[in-house]
Structures are given as structure tokens and as C-alpha cells.
Design a protein around this ligand. Structure first.
Ligand code: HEM
Length: 459
């Protein structure tokens, strides 16, 4: 009798478990109707409210393996390249096939960006509600792309990187390389967008605030509750907005009184007028635009540069080949020339191949998010209107995306990493304190100790 009771209890518990586990699926089955639900790609809607967030988070954080998350989808559902799921509180189609990723990236008619709430803290999409995307994109691309524009910054970037490495090598204690590189890149991006005259203390404050903002990106707990990274990030965001507002106002006054000349992209936005001589951008539009750019302009490329230094230090055959190339370029330099030139950078063919390979293997932007504007059929599966499309690790060379949202900072990123590597390869070596340190992948892949290391100047 007792055995029967135990079996009934186990059966009941299992039944409840199975029912709750299927509840999300049942919810969407009822919502979409049987026929529409059947046309979705294979996959698993996960738990009610939480969806597949736990397994996603486990795979992408400390000690996890993002490839295992994708591999699991493939082995359970076959290699169809699209899988239904539920991530960041939304019904989602995960796309792993490079061709389908491309198709979605390139189809602005049907898909629009739709990042989770934790990314919207940057208002990278919000800016397009104030300025149309084409105009905003032109503003972003103009100061960071093309030979003419970038050659203008080579001297500055060269000095920043050389000085940075010199300082790191003079430190008595090991440094957290990721944060240190972020500081150098922040100097570059703020010089481009804010100019040279905003004051060292304000620059330092902005940089510190961005350190609080960064970790909240792609967090699965985007709630304004004390103790959560998102709460800290919101507070930092408010302070950044206030600082930018002050800077804009000061600049506006000085520019309008002609006390200073137009120098940075911010100055250009402040002074931009339409054909009726009306202001084109108010303070909020400029803040919206710059808030995300200042973040993306130093945070994301710092991850790539950190991996560049780690890999070049650890793969000796690559290091030696890159060093040979650098030395031969320097040998041809006229004795009167000080510092790098853009022409020299263009000769660094091997280094550029190394950087491209690095960007291919270390997927820095772990995912892009799109929302379907209407039901769409791809390879006989439906992505329903409103569903999020999440494209992790497409597997081909799309580190900066493709289409109308192609990363405007790709050329600047490569230039910065090239110049940093140029100085490092010729004059320094790096030793990691924890060579077996674990990796975490959110918001981007990094060593858990932020690459704690010593940088030593070669004799
Ligand atoms: C290793 C460095 C970088 C990587 C891997 C990267 C990756 C990406 C990717 C994949 C996208 C496309 C997202 C989408 O289609 O939804 C993107 C867009 C963007 N990136 Fe980057 N990025 C990097 C550096 C930079 C830098 C230095 C900036 C400079 C400010 C920047 C600013 C932006 C902006 C503003 C967008 C949005 C463009 C739009 O929506 O029109 N990124 N980035």
C-alpha cells in the first residue's frame, strides 16, 4: 500500500513538473493557433516567464561554453539553422545558419533591431526615434571612416598607445589589461566625438561612469532594484546625461559667440542648421547619439584588443612573423620621421590578417537582435510577427554585422588595435598572472580576471 502511495506521489510530482515545463509551449500554441505553431522551427520554449534564460546564461557566463548551447540545439533538433526559444523575456527564433543571418541582416523591410531592455539603456536604437536612421548613420560614420579622416587621427592614437604601454610597464603591481585598454580607447573616442576641451576631470568622471554602465548590457535581470548591476547602470546613465548636457551647453555658448572653432563631431551637431537656419539637433538628440557611441567606441574594441595581446603573446610563431614585418617597415623609415604614418599601417598586411582572424575566432559581439515586422517564411519555417530573432555566432566573417546597420566603428577599431600591437610587438612582452583563468561571454568574451598581467619593456 505504502509503495503504491509513493508511486502516486512521484507520478503526481512528475505530472506537475511536465505540465509546468510545457506551459510556455501551451501558451504560444493557444496564442498562435495549432497550424501557426506547427510552422515554427523546432526548439524548446523553456519554462514559463524564464524561457531558456538559465541554460543560455549558464553557457555564456563563467566556465560555460557558448558553443555547447548551440551544439545542444543542433543535436536535439537537427541542423535546420533556426530554433524556437524564449530569451530575455521574449519569444525568440535563434538563427545559427550564416546564410539566414545574412538574409535577416539585409532585410530592413521585414526585420528591425530590437535589443533586450538591458541594451536599450544605451539608447542606441532610441536615437533613431529622434533622428532618422540614415541621418544618424551618416553622423556616426563621418568621423570614423575613410583614409582622409582616419589619417588625421593616426598621430594622436600613436601617442596614446605608446604612452599607455610605457605607463603599464612602469607599474609595480600587475594591471587589469582590459580596463587599461578601455581607458586608452576612451581617450580616442572622446577626442573624436567630444573634442579636446572638456577637461581632464570630467573625462575621468565620464570614464568611471561608463565602467558602471558596461556590465549591465545583456544582463538577464534588467530591473531597477538596489544591488543589481542594472540599477547601478541606470544611476550612471543619468549622471552621464547630466555631464553631456553641461558640455553641450558650454560648447553651444562658446561656439555661438565664436569664442572657439568647430572641432569635434559634437561641435558639428551643435552648429548644424537646416535650410531655414533652424537648429537641427536639440540637446536630447545629441545626448542620445553620443551616449551609445561613447560606450561602443571604447568598450567593445577593448575586448578585441585584449584578446589580440593575449593571442599574439602566446602564439610565438605568429609573434615572430608579426615582429619581422614591423621591423622591416621601421627599417625603411626616413630618419627624420617621428611616429607612425598611415602608409606604414597599410603595409602591415600580416598584422591585419592576424586581426581579422582574431575577430573571426573571438566573437566579440555575441549576438544581434531583430524583430519581425510581419510573419515571415524562411526555409519553410515561420518567424511570427513581433518575435525576436537572435543570431548568435553566425560562423562566417560578420564580426561587424552587415547591411544598413554595419558597424560604423569597424575601421577605427582595426586602426587602434593595429597601432597598439605595433608598439607592443616591437618593445614589450606580457605575462599573465593567471594563465588558466576562466572566460565569461556576457556582455562580450573576456577573462574573468580582466587579464591581470605585467607588461615589461624589452631591453
Ligand atoms: C571589436 C569592436 C567592435 C565590434 C565587434 C562591433 C560589432 C558591431 C556589430 C555586430 C554591429 C551590428 C549590430 C546589428 O546589426 O544589430 C555594430 C553596430 C554598431 N557599432 Fe560596433 N563594433 C565594434 C566597435 C565599434 C566602435 C569602435 C564603435 C564606435 C563608436 C561602434 C559603434 C557601433 C554603432 C553606433 C552601431 C549601431 C549602428 C546602427 O545600428 O546603425 N562599434 N557593431
Amino acid at each position: 500500500m505504502e509503495t503504491i502511495n509513493v508511486c502516486v506521489i512521484i507520478g503526481f510530482v512528475l505530472g506537475v513538473y511536465m505540465f509546468v515545463r510545457k506551459l510556455n509551449e501551451i501558451w504560444y500554441l493557444v496564442k498562435l493557433g495549432r497550424k501557426a505553431y506547427k510552422s515554427l522551427p523546432p526548439g524548446d520554449m523553456g519554462w514559463p516567464l524564464l524561457g531558456s534564460s538559465f541554460s543560455f546564461y549558464k553557457a555564456f557566463t563563467v566556465g560555460g561554453d557558448p558553443d555547447s548551447f548551440i551544439y545542444h540545439l543542433l543535436t536535439r533538433n537537427g541542423r535546420v539553422g533556426m530554433y524556437k526559444s524564449h530569451l530575455y523575456g521574449r519569444p525568440t527564433i535563434i538563427v545559427t545558419d550564416p546564410e539566414i543571418c545574412r538574409r535577416i541582416y539585409l532585410d530592413d523591410e521585414i526585420f528591425k533591431p530590437n535589443y533586450p531592455k538591458s541594451v536599450k539603456i544605451l539608447e542606441v536604437n532610441g536615437l533613431f526615434s529622434r533622428i532618422d536612421h540614415k541621418s544618424a548613420y551618416r553622423i556616426m560614420v563621418a568621423p570614423m571612416n575613410g583614409y582622409e579622416v582616419l589619417s588625421h587621427y593616426v598621430d594622436f592614437i600613436d601617442q596614446v598607445m605608446a604612452k599607455g604601454l610605457e605607463e603599464w610597464s612602469s607599474m609595480k603591481e600587475p594591471i587589469e589589461l582590459l580596463g587599461e585598454i578601455g581607458s586608452l580607447f576612451f581617450k580616442v573616442i572622446s577626442r573624436i566625438f567630444l573634442g579636446t576641451d572638456i577637461g581632464a576631470s570630467r573625462m575621468a568622471e565620464l570614464e568611471t561612469l561608463y565602467k558602471d554602465l558596461g556590465p549591465a548590457i545583456l544582463s538577464i535581470l534588467p530591473y531597477d532594484l538596489p544591488g543589481l548591476t542594472f540599477h547601478r547602470a541606470l544611476k550612471a546613465r543619468k549622471k552621464i546625461e547630466n555631464i553631456l548636457e553641461c558640455v553641450i551647453e558650454e560648447k553651444r555658448r562658446a561656439l555661438e559667440k565664436e569664442e572657439r572653432e568647430v572641432e569635434s563631431q559634437m561641435d558639428k551637431l551643435i552648429m548644424a542648421r537646416d535650410e531655414k537656419w533652424m537648429k537641427l539637433y536639440d540637446n536630447n538628440a545629441i545626448i542620445d547619439l553620443l551616449l551609445g557611441l561613447l560606450h561602443a567606441g571604447h568598450h567593445t574594441p577593448a575586448y578585441a584588443a585584449m584578446w589580440a595581446l593575449v593571442h599574439i603573446s602566446e602564439k610565438l610563431h605568429v609573434f615572430h612573423k608579426a615582429k619581422e614585418e614591423q621591423e622591416s617597415i621601421i627599417k625603411q623609415r626616413p630618419s627624420t620621421q617621428k611616429g607612425l604614418t598611415f602608409q606604414e599601417i597599410k603595409q602591415m598586411k600580416y598584422l591585419m590578417k592576424f586581426i581579422n582572424e582574431l575577430l573571426r575566432r573571438n566573437t566579440i559581439a555575441v549576438a544581434s537582435f531583430r524583430k519581425a515586422k510581419k510573419d515571415v517564411n524562411i526555409n519553410d519555417y515561420t518567424i511570427p510577427k513581433g518575435w525576436n530573432n537572435y543570431s548568435p555566432k553566425p560562423g562566417t566573417f560578420l564580426p561587424f554585422g552587415i547591411g544598413t546597420r554595419f558597424c560604423p566603428g569597424s575601421e577605427l577599431t582595426k586602426l587602434e588595435i593595429t597601432i597598439l600591437l605595433h608598439h607592443f610587438i616591437l618593445n614589450y612582452k606580457m605575462e599573465r598572472v593567471n594563465p588558466k583563468c576562466c572566460i565569461t561571454h556576457l556582455p562580450a568574451p573576456k577573462l574573468v580576471d580582466n587579464c591581470l598581467c605585467t607588461i615589461t619593456k624589452l631591453p
